[in-house]
Design a protein around this ligand. Structure first.
Ligand code: ACO
Length: 311
């Protein structure tokens, strides 16, 4: 790739032009997007597992209907994102194999267990809340298919966030046991939610280049700060306490100061040693293997049709 090509490409990015699938693009740009969109798609699909765990045990028919719809939405987001990645010349099979072999990552957050009904509230409120904070800027990502996918995804995520917060609100205003359950869920999900935004800017390998290419519009730490600032008043409003003694409003910076993140825990989970990593991948492997006959049948059908057309 010569310098003139790279400069011309950067000029398109700087002019806020959208890059489309058949446009020439630097190999690094393509690779970064395949990595990020693939990881994002895997996160949506693996993300169905912790919440799917509670569909049969939701406390009422209405709660069950909402949770079922929400988990289905996540599946839809995953398929949407796999399609966006496929426009870059990678196949769904390749991406799935990378997930199952551990080569492709998915969000650390989905390696934690859902122990009580309040966890469903905490996931909607915090995890989907963090996802929205990260995804709203992705609606302006320089790669057209990813940016357009994010618009619909964000609309659905905002419904998810509200249904989660509403569960937390009802529990927090319920019996002492219910309030305690909500508090316990917040205690367990708060720090992992902050980790979703990725390593601190100093340790974020890809941020600089991704910012230049306008794939990312904000750094990991910037988004984390925005999330804390938006979420702390919501928790306080329903009478919950954040599990961080260093959390304090900082008038000067116009945002909250918060305690240090346990990066050892983050990397442990990212590297496959979180509480649920093994189970999550096992569930995906089983789904992939159980679906093999469908893929084979679809292929055989396509070949038969082709032969018939050519006859
Ligand atoms: N969980 C697992 N891996 C992570 C996480 C995380 N929370 N955060 C960062 N990483 C990985 C990166 O993938 C990268 O590894 P790689 O080089 O093997 O791909 C490494 O840690 C270093 O991080 P960064 O250099 O900061 O990586 P990047 O610039 O890709 O930023 C981020 C990470 C912010 C997650 C970015 O990829 C992104 O915005 N992705 C799209 C959103 C997304 O994937 N959301 C998933 C959860 S939301 C949901 O599904 C409901």
């Amino acid at each position: 790739e010569d310098e003139a090509f790279l400069a011309a490409f950067q000029a398109r990015i700087d002019a806020e032009e959208k890059i489309e699938p058949n446009d020439p693009m630097p190999e690094g740009y393509r690779k970064t997007l395949v990595r990020q969109i693939g990881q994002h798609a895997h996160s949506e699909i693996v993300g169905m597992l912790p919440e799917g765990n509670w569909i049969t045990r939701a406390p009422s028919l209405r709660r069950k209907a909402a949770l079922l719809a929400k988990v289905q939405d996540e599946g839809g987001h995953g398929l949407y994102l796999y399609s966006a990645a496929e426009t870059l010349g990678v196949s769904r099979e390749e991406m799935t194999e990378e997930l199952l072999s551990g080569k492709a990552k998915y969000s650390s957050i989905f390696n934690y267990p859902t122990q009580t009904w309040a966890d469903i509230g905490a996931i909607g409120w915090l995890v989907d809340g963090a996802a929205i904070m990260n995804q709203i800027p992705l609606c302006r990502c320089s790669y057209g298919p990813y940016a357009r996918a994010m618009i619909r995804v964000c609309k659905e995520e905002s419904f998810h966030q509200r249904q989660g917060y509403e569960i937390m609100m009802r529990l927090a205003r319920g019996t002492p046991e219910q309030k305690e359950m909500a508090q316990d869920a917040l205690n367990r999900w708060w720090w992992p939610s902050l980790m979703m935004f990725g390593p601190s800017d100093g340790d974020s390998q890809h941020s600089d280049q991704s910012m230049k290419w306008k794939i990312k519009r904000f750094t990991n730490d910037e988004l984390r700060q925005k999330f804390v600032d938006a979420t702390v008043p919501q928790g306080e409003f329903i009478g919950l306490t954040f599990p961080d003694p260093d959390l304090k409003w900082n008038e000067e910076k116009g945002g909250y100061d918060f305690g240090a993140i346990d990066w050892d825990e983050f990397w442990r989970v990212v590297k496959g040693h979180g509480p649920m990593n093994r189970e999550r991948i096992e569930a995906r492997r089983k789904a992939w293997e159980d679906g093999a006959w469908v893929r084979e049948a679809a292929l055989a059908h396509a070949e038969k049709r082709k032969a018939r057309r050519e006859a």
